[in-house]
Design a protein. Structure first.
Length: 87
């Protein structure tokens, strides 16, 4: 394979503001570290819809996209995943 893609919805808490609060993503990153894949791994779909996300301008459940930020600036995510597609 040229790359491995995974749809994942392990973290869905709009109240979390730090990677340390994102236990599902931490578990995912540590799991993939143990797999030691030889091809790039992409999160082909990540994100979620949840009542925990704020209502903005009358639109319910507006995600904050912290997951996308954490893909770039958190070492465990950056080392295990080559990118992803936000849902």
């Amino acid at each position: 394979a040229d790359w491995y893609g995974l749809n994942t919805y392990v973290f869905c808490d709009g109240n979390a503001t730090s990677f340390e609060e994102a236990e599902g993503l931490q578990l995912l990153a540590s799991s993939f570290e143990s797999y030691n894949y030889s091809v790039p791994t992409l999160l082909t779909e990540f994100g979620c819809l949840s009542d925990s996300f704020s209502t903005i301008d009358g639109y319910q459940g507006q995600r904050n996209f912290n997951q996308a930020k954490w893909m770039l600036d958190q070492t465990p995510m950056r080392e295990q995943f080559s990118g992803g597609f936000a849902f």
